[in-house]
Design a protein around this ligand. Structure first.
Ligand code: MG
Length: 456
């Protein structure tokens, strides 16, 4: 059983993920934590309070007193967990569609639980060795008000306030009916911005748009930027740990371009930037230009967190990390992805020049993604053997952090098996359209041939 994927437990509510199941997981969590107190929070999903009730019941049955935080963005929950020193269960499915829900676990340090802790919880669940409390020792529950306000106060303390406040910025903000609806408008206003909002009422049916901040879901935000004098558009996912941007013309800014611009403004010589092996060449360009290193991890934010910790323990400086999906870490602020904080860091660049100019240097790359599906282990092995063969024949540097990434002077291609679906994913990037097509299709054809060889 592999219960916790790279981003916690997720599934379609009342189908894959039932309240009974959440109750059992929370009972296992309570057993493994053995804490006296813990917290439960959620995003705005329609099924959120049902699952939060189930999680609280499970924890209380093991004798833990539960702080009920209500709707709070995941980074705000992480801030609470650290401030109060209580481990926390977050009921969220992040960017997944409205019918999904899920569960994420935060330690007393405010950081997502490491894999070793998750494995311990899985083992309790598997063996059903629940440490249920005696009838007169079950935990109490209390409602905690003010977690959101405290989070916004923290954000204001950490954000580059003077730079932003002095720039008289107007922003268009789309929290996508998620948890950020209750914090980000207030935060950006208190930073001194004029804030125009869309889809900013919390609503678990997500009437205006789906929670994932991808261009296809953000047409309304683009129009809002275009029809006003906004300097920048900012969108969050359902639990507001990600930020995606639009420039002053209403043009979508690729997540990789925003990450590169932020990295360029943050990295110094000798620093290391941590990213998943799917990272854009732009990040390598930035690092090379300033004399910093890029450290790749397998895909998944848990891996990025583990790598940041590992490097910092070895005395390396990691001022920025993250991926091109808007999930960016500034570890000196918090070892968490925080959409509002990332928004503020980006605005501090927009204070100097238009958003389009901030990212102009990092535009102009083309990315291609392909999926190659397989039916069984034999096909999977044939595909993996073909990738390996192609990698060893390639006259270039090969990175095997997660699959095989072949880096050339003018682009790269990566093939890696998906952790959740029977697919091998192929990613390619280059400046030239023909080159990116050649890289992606070359790999794709070789893998299709290998799979067809099994069928023949
Ligand atoms: Mg998220």
């Amino acid at each position: 059983m592999k219960l916790f994927g790279s981003s916690g437990v997720r599934g379609v509510a009342n189908n894959d993920l039932t309240p009974e199941f959440v109750l059992r997981v929370a009972t296992a969590v309570g057993t493994a934590w053995g804490a006296s107190e813990a917290a439960v929070a959620r995003d705005t999903r329609a099924t959120g309070s049902t699952f939060a009730d189930a999680a609280a019941s499970g924890l209380r049955s093991t004798g833990i007193d539960v702080h009920r935080l209500g709707v709070v963005p995941t980074p705000g929950v992480q801030a609470y967990a650290e401030r109060e020193g209580v481990p926390t269960v977050v009921i969220t499915a992040s960017h997944n569609p409205p019918q999904y829900n899920g569960l994420k676990l935060i330690g007393t340090d405010g950081v997502e639980l490491p894999v070793s802790d998750l494995e311990r919880i899985e083992s309790v669940l598997r063996t059903e060795r629940f440490a249920r409390a005696r009838w007169d020792e079950v935990g109490a529950a209390r409602r905690v008000e003010g977690a959101r306000r405290a989070y916004v106060d923290d954000l204001l303390d950490a954000a580059p306030r003077e730079r932003i406040g002095g720039a008289d910025l107007t922003i268009a903000l789309d929290p996508g009916h998620g948890a950020g609806s209750l914090t980000s408008p207030d935060f950006f206003r208190r930073l001194g911005c004029s804030v125009l909002t869309i889809h900013a009422q919390p609503d678990g049916t997500f009437p205006g748009r789906d929670p994932e901040p991808v261009p296809g879901n953000l047409g309304d935000l683009a129009r809002l930027v275009r029809t006003t004098d906004a300097d920048c558009g900012i969108a969050h996912d359902g639990d507001a740990d990600r930020a995606i941007f639009f420039d002053e013309r209403g043009e979508y800014i690729e997540g990789d371009a925003a990450l590169a611009a932020l990295a360029a403004a943050t990295l110094d010589a000798g620093d290391t930037v941590v990213s998943a092996v799917t990272a854009s060449r732009r990040l390598q360009d930035v690092a090379r230009a300033v004399g910093a290193d890029v450290s790749f991890t397998p895909v998944g934010s848990t891996n990025i967190v583990a790598q940041i910790r590992d490097l910092e323990e070895r005395g390396e400086s990691v001022p920025i990390a993250g991926e091109g999906n808007g999930g960016i870490f500034f570890p000196e602020y918090r070892l968490a992805r925080d959409g509002a904080y990332v928004g503020a860091r980006f605005l501090s660049l927009v204070a100097d020049r238009p958003a389009s100019a901030v990212v102009a240097e990092w535009d102009g790359y083309r990315n291609v993604r392909r999926n190659i599906a397989y039916d069984d282990d034999t096909e999977r092995e044939a595909i993996m053997a073909a990738i390996e063969e192609r990698a060893s024949a390639a006259d270039t540097e090969v990175d095997t952090t997660d699959g095989y990434r072949l880096d050339y002077d003018d682009g790269w291609v990566l093939a890696r098996p998906s952790g959740t679906e029977p697919l091998v994913r192929v990613y390619a990037e280059a400046r030239e359209h023909d080159r990116v097509t050649e890289l992606a299709e070359g790999m794709e054809r070789a893998l299709e041939r290998a799979r067809a060889g099994v069928e023949a």
